[in-house]
Write a protein that binds this ligand. Structure first.
Ligand code: GAP
Length: 437
């Protein structure tokens, strides 16, 4: 019935996101703020659904992971211990002609990619955002906005072990905002200075770390497949020794095939005992773990699956986006997995005819109690179906004049565009079967 047509580009995704209220440039009425984005009514639903899917999979459905929500600002010594004050830097170069600024590691030659001008020598630039706590702006009141959520987990390791009385292997999960003063940003929400991460620090007995590492790489890869992302657009990429972060023994990225090429959406790292050793040294606290089974005391090793919420949202939208030709017309559709769709059901009266409206409003009230629902009565029914297709709504419920007589409504399915009539009495149960939680 239909063929997929045009290739997806980032411009099309940015345009759809803006047009339909997924994502807007931040402070747009002031001309925007570089690399900052605001999630609109549909974007915020999609993002919540992604985060809920992650939380369910890594915390609620497992007995060996617990969650926390630590503060964004932490004791400044934590960032000295973690190595971020000393080493969380990128080499930056400037073009002497056009003044463009680049991350040296992104360049292949020694001339400016923009104008061919001469570049300065690289200077190291620390990526942490600094601010001051309290009224005095002096060195003693400097605090950082966290550049990763991970450290909030490490500094709570002892609290979690002593309050949950769980045994290793044990994971601690956290999601939340992180901040990096990136030298270069871009590709929409792919690289920004304020973003959200979803991280697990999985503490294991030294010597068992490699098997846990392999397990988490596969587990996380499959999670993206379960989100509905095509497996052919996902791959694993092992880091070379010279790319490894200062704390990592090994690292494998999960990459997605974005319009700009294969790029990281998640990194799974073996952080060995780096972080707990450092925090023990700098805080003076004993962060060893007593293993009752073996009678040994040791500093656990850590496997860290760390992904970006925004990059996951972006890959979900890109992967679901399709322009199809249907009976000579183009329809844009997001084939997004129903679990992630911002709107699950749209209730559409055939027209604004006063005879139809009471039943349609009644249906809307009922369906809304169970699912995220939208009511739309503007323009022709065909246009309204297209609008819902474009935002990924899996089901539309249409109320027509026949409904007033036979007490049935039509359910129209997004992907196949098939329509079935169901008795109003059975509408909720039918939708519940189609939209499992
Ligand atoms: N705790 C380890 C860590 O933070 P990372 O590879 O630097 O590792 C993990 O970041 C994930 O966070 C990345 O895979 C990416 O999805 C996301 N992320 C990192 N920097 C980002 C940025 N500037 N903008 C958007 N997402 C970012």
């Amino acid at each position: 019935m239909f063929d997929a047509v045009t290739k997806v580009t980032m411009e099309k995704i940015v345009s759809l996101c803006k047009r339909r209220g997924f994502i807007f440039p931040s402070s747009e009425i002031y001309g925007g703020l570089e690399s900052c984005w605001d999630y609109g009514p549909l974007g915020v639903e999609l993002k919540r659904n992604v985060k809920d899917a992650w939380w369910r999979a890594v915390v609620q459905q497992r007995e060996d992971v617990v969650g926390i929500d630590a503060s964004i600002m932490m004791h400044p010594q934590a960032w000295v211990a973690s190595g971020h004050v000393e080493g969380f830097s990128d080499p930056m170069v400037d073009c002497k002609s056009c003044r463009m600024r680049w991350r040296a590691t992104d360049l292949s030659g020694d001339k400016c990619p923009s104008c061919g001008g001469e570049l300065t020598e690289p200077r190291m630039f620390n990526l942490m955002f600094k601010t001051f706590m309290g009224p005095l702006e002096d060195a003693a009141s400097v605090v950082y906005l966290r550049p990763e959520t991970a450290q909030g987990i490490f500094v709570n390791f002892d609290n979690i072990i002593s309050t949950t009385r769980k045994k290793l292997p044990l994971g601690i999960a956290q999601m939340g905002k992180s901040f990096r003063n990136e030298i270069t940003t871009g590709n929409f929400i792919f690289r920004t200075r304020e973003f959200e991460q979803m991280e697990v620090e999985f503490f294991v007995k030294p010597g068992t770390d490699e098997e846990h590492f392999d397990y988490w790489v596969n587990e996380r890869f499959n999670w993206f497949v379960n989100l509905g992302i095509k497996q052919s657009n996902l791959r694993r990429r092992q880091h070379r020794k010279n790319e490894l972060a200062h704390y990592a023994k090994s690292c494998t990225d999960i990459e997605y095939l974005f319009p700009m090429g294969w790029s990281e959406i998640e990194g799974v790292a073996n952080r060995a005992d780096f972080d707990l050793t450092q925090h023990a040294k700098h805080s003076g606290k004993n962060l060893t773990y007593f293993d009752e089974e073996s009678g040994e005391r040791y500093i656990p090793y850590v496997i860290e699956p760390s992904s970006g919420v925004d990059r996951t949202v972006l890959s979900v939208i890109i992967d679901a986006y399709e322009e199809e030709t249907v009976r000579g017309e183009t329809r844009t559709v997001l084939h997004i997995k129903p679990e992630l769709a911002p709107i699950k059901v749209a209730v559409l009266p055939l027209s604004r005819n006063e005879k139809l409206v009471p039943l349609a409003r009644q249906m809307y009230g009922e369906v809304r109690r169970h699912f995220m629902t939208q009511y739309d009565d503007a323009q022709s029914i065909g246009r309204r179906y297209r609008r819902q297709d474009e935002i990924g709504t899996p089901y539309c419920v249409t109320i027509d004049f026949q409904s007033l007589e036979d007490e049935q409504v039509t359910i129209r399915e997004r992907d196949s565009m098939t329509q079935v009539r169901v008795p109003i009495k059975e509408l909720i149960i039918t939708l519940q079967t189609k939209l499992p939680r």
